[in-house]
Ligand binder design. Sequence first.
Ligand SMILES: Cc1c2[nH]c(c1CCC(=O)O)Cc1[nH]c(c(CCC(=O)O)c1C)Cc1[nH]c(c(CCC(=O)O)c1C)Cc1[nH]c(c(C)c1CCC(=O)O)C2
Length: 370
Amino acid sequence: MTTTTQVSRKSFPALKNDLILRCAKGEKVERPPCWIMRQAGRYLPEYHEVKDGRDFFECCRNPEIASELTIQPIRRYKNLIDAAIIFSDILVIPQAMGMEVVMLEGKGPHFPNPLRTEEDAIEILNYKVDVLQSLDWAFKAITMTRYRLDGEVPLFGFCGGPYTLLTYMIEGGGSKIFRFVKEWINSKPELSHRILDKISDVAIEFLSQQVVAGAQILQVFESWGGELGSSDFDEFSLPYLKKIATKVPIRLQELGIKEKIPMIVFSKGSWYALDKLCNSGYDCVSLDWLWDPKEAVKINNGRITLQGNLDPGVIYGTDEIIKSKVAKMISGFGGGKQHYIVNLGHGTHPFMDTEKIRVFLEECHKIGSQ
Ligand SMILES: Cc1c2[nH]c(c1CCC(=O)O)Cc1[nH]c(c(CCC(=O)O)c1C)Cc1[nH]c(c(CCC(=O)O)c1C)Cc1[nH]c(c(C)c1CCC(=O)O)C2
């Protein structure tokens, strides 16, 4: 298995734009690389055309459709986006661990049988996941996308952060007060840790195999990190994010991957943890829009690359205001010639205007090249 995928790696089309890879590794660059969280999806009319009423996870599992959806933003914003991210979801790990997840139209993810008791954790969860087999569609989609991208831009693989996945598995979907996961970590801390550790092991193998399949850079989305207080973050999120950052490079070596694969962590809302995240083994920390870039730059002190962080809501603004906020952001991050990747502070929304996104990207190129 490993040998055949290595052979196919070698035959991938040559990369024509390695800006984000150089930048994530800390090298000086000619302008900051740009990409957008959730750059594929519902704000794009071509997404709805291809999805054509199909189930969301059915699209993820169909390599033809997933690769087409991945490439759509690259095609639309030609030469403006410096990375593609494979069309999939963070909730495919809970699925691989035996949980049923459905995507309800207009409502988001729903787990019909969430983890609520200790018995659920024993009866529902599969602790011996065969990652290559259960997520084989994801690897096929990545390999196909690498070929179809034809070296235009690098391809991101990704996964959810362990605490965020545990939250979804226990809450059964999104939440405002996180009653059930807070009950778990405060009444069943040992069991919570055991499951977090298992999720981390699956995440390590999943990320590593995404690289074997063709991913060139990785991001971990700890979207609910900021729902934890500082000391609970240190206990229930940070150790597992660190484990992933430490173990993926080791696993990649075992799998025969020689080059360094940059890793990014996005822990939304974990403002108190920036200093620790800069030392957590990732090459880049992605920031939400609550951060003043200058403050973040000061705390980072040149250790790693920062990514972010325009308020997605700015995309609803006038062209002039989008442009002025882009200029302020890039100057706050030091001008963008080193240690900075442009992104929004969180994902796109379905209501966004594709032409406003273009204004944002074009201005980032213009200001970032000065
Ligand atoms: C928390 C989370 C999820 N999924 C993801 C996260 C982490 C990022 C974040 O914090 O937003 C990550 C994700 N989800 C999706 C991608 C694909 C690649 C990309 O970024 O373009 C990525 C990287 C596609 C998607 N994932 C989802 C869609 C919408 C599906 C549809 O109805 O067509 C897409 C394109 C569905 C999804 N998936 C999830 C939610 C909460 C939802 C519903 C949200 C909503 O309604 O906007 C879980």
